[in-house]
Design a protein around this ligand. Structure first.
Ligand SMILES: Cc1cc2nc3c(=O)[nH]c(=O)nc-3n(C[C@H](O)[C@H](O)[C@H](O)COP(=O)(O)OP(=O)(O)OC[C@H]3O[C@@H](n4cnc5c(N)ncnc54)[C@H](O)[C@@H]3O)c2cc1C
Length: 494
């Protein structure tokens, strides 16, 4: 029986561990922190419960498949629900639109009412392109290991569809060419940030994201999305996966181009197979002891790292009229946000798009007349150019966001019982995520998908899983990467 070491108890690491253990392997997951789940984490105090990372759950079928293949169904363990008022977008001119959790037809009608009848048909055309892009990329790209640009050939089988979507053009261009109303263009642009990217540079192929969100649905999990981490961890434990917390992997050792062992802060563990769920830049920059690591790192440096996030948790008394589950307030100049984040001198966005998740979920608040506000603002990474470790910046930026919300019509002053702030520096420290980046590398650039580290490492026995490797970040893709890796490793030899 082979013995597999998984580095990191994020959703990618745990999903791979469960699948591999079910395939007959003996798996040990080694996690540097005291907690499983990685970026899928929660914060709770005084009955207020917050998801710290993912607040939107899409393509639950990826995790349903994981549960079906490893034991009892996912829906026996958690309750997946569709919020009634799922999204509310508000624009600089104070107009707004509220959308349901799914159904492009209904959503197009809502856009038509808010932005004029053209918006309805234009949005349906966008969704049609999303459907094509999804069909085109799902099996050959998203569900398969890819190793380089040669995999583009897999797409060449359907040249007509490729020319319909023109995936090499930017998402921004797609919006400008097909959507008249600038507010609806803002909505399409925002999907680039779901991969930590700039819509002016991210490929139009990302049109799959609104398609997937609106066709397969935008879901909540009763009690918080982090319940998914709880049940995946429990599934691993039930299957017999071993976990070692507070244990950091310091090195992956090799012998004749094969993985031979890992060194932790307390021991050396012999193993022939390592599944790395840590950030790929750490894997190739620090952990892998092999000459090929340098080359992999060089390739990775050709990508733009994902943007990071500034998080504000607010324990709020009273109810906010008109609030939805996911709320987005756009600024007057959305491009300025991407200039501030991805420009030569990155700085906190002075007038950011503000996202707030305010779940109408009794399990996430102490009493009926209260609200748990999770606010997320896109931010530049924590690095030499931008120091998020500065406490006064942390406090003043949190104040600025609360003030901006008041300017946009939601005055929470006087209702905030307490608040907690997490900067990109805090995210880096919690999750060993360089710069506090949300998704590893961004999708900036037409070839970004092909520069993303492959699931197959450069030495025999090394595999990559999770948001910084193929097919990318976000819960569904991370779950798909675990499926790819389990398929690559296959059943244990008897
Ligand atoms: C603020 C925020 C909002 C998000 N919103 C959404 C959303 O709404 N919807 C969505 O689908 N996704 C969202 N995401 C993205 C999603 O959370 C991630 O893509 C996903 O959880 C990443 O899982 P992962 O397994 O790749 O890695 P991670 O969660 O990063 O886990 C990696 C684990 O490896 C451990 N580790 C690292 N190095 C070592 C080492 N040397 N030794 C031992 N352990 C190590 C880390 O401690 C960590 O636990 C969001 C992320 C953030 C941060």
């Amino acid at each position: 029986m082979s013995h597999i070491v998984v580095i990191g108890a994020g959703m990618g690491g745990m999903s791979a561990a469960a699948r591999l253990q079910a395939l007959g392997h003996k798996v040990v997951v080694i996690e540097q922190s005291a907690q499983y789940g990685g970026k899928l984490a929660r914060y709770s105090k005084d009955g207020f419960v917050f998801d710290l990372g993912p607040s939107l759950f899409t393509i639950p079928s990826v995790y349903r498949d994981l549960f079906d293949r490893t034991g009892k169904p996912l829906d026996d363990a958690i309750e997946i629900t569709a919020p009634e008022r799922a999204f509310r977008y508000q624009f600089a001119d104070k107009t707004s639109v509220v959308l349901p959790a799914a159904d492009p037809g209904l959503i197009a009608v809502a856009f038509g009412k808010a932005f004029g009848s053209n918006a309805s048909s234009e949005w349906l055309q966008i969704i049609k392109k999303g459907a094509l892009a999804w069909q085109l990329t799902r099996t050959p790209i998203l569900e398969s290991p890819i190793t380089g640009l040669s995999d583009l050939l897999k797409l060449a089988k359907r040249p007509k569809d490729i020319f319909l979507i023109k995936p090499w053009q930017s998402l921004r261009k797609l919006g400008k060419r097909n959507i008249t109303d600038p507010r609806l263009q803002n909505i399409l642009d925002r999907y680039a940030t779901y991969t930590g990217s700039d819509p002016r540079k991210a490929p139009a192929a990302l049109v799959t994201i609104p398609y997937v969100e609106q066709v397969f649905g935008a879901w909540h999990i009763t009690g918080g999305i982090t319940k998914l981490a709880d049940v995946v961890y429990q599934r691993c434990v039930d299957l017999g996966v071993e976990f070692k917390f507070n244990t950091e992997i310091l090195a992956i050792n090799t012998d004749l181009d094969r993985v031979s062992s890992v060194t932790t802060n307390s021991e050396e563990i012999a193993t022939e197979i390592v599944v790395a769920n840590c950030d790929a830049s750490l894997l190739y920059g620090k952990l892998l002891q092999h000459k090929t690591a340098k080359l992999q790192l060089k390739k990775l440096k050709r990508t733009t790292p994902s943007l990071a996030g500034f998080i504000l948790l607010l324990a709020v008394s009273g109810k906010t009229p008109g609030i939805a589950h996911h709320n987005i307030w756009f600024p007057a100049d959305y491009d300025a946000e991407f200039d501030d984040i991805f420009g030569k001198s990155p700085k906190p966005v002075s007038d950011p798009a503000i996202y707030a998740c305010v779940p109408d979920d009794p399990q996430m608040r102490p009493e009926e007349n209260t609200e748990s506000w999770y606010i997320l603002v896109n931010a530049p990474r924590h690095d030499q150019k931008m120091n998020w470790g500065d406490q006064s910046l942390k406090n003043s930026y949190a104040e600025l966001i609360i003030q901006k919300l008041a300017d946009r019509g939601v005055n929470l002053q006087g209702r905030i019982k307490w608040q907690q702030v997490l900067t990109p520096a805090d995210l880096e420290a919690r999750y060993a995520a360089p710069g506090g980046s949300i998704y590893g590398s961004s999708s900036n650039g037409a070839a970004s998908a092909f520069l993303r580290p492959s699931n197959i490492g450069p030495v025999t026995g090394l595999y990559l899983v999770g948001g910084s490797s193929h097919p990318g970040g976000g819960l569904p893709l991370v779950g798909l990467s675990a499926r790819i890796v389990a398929q690559l490793i296959g059943k244990a030899k008897k």
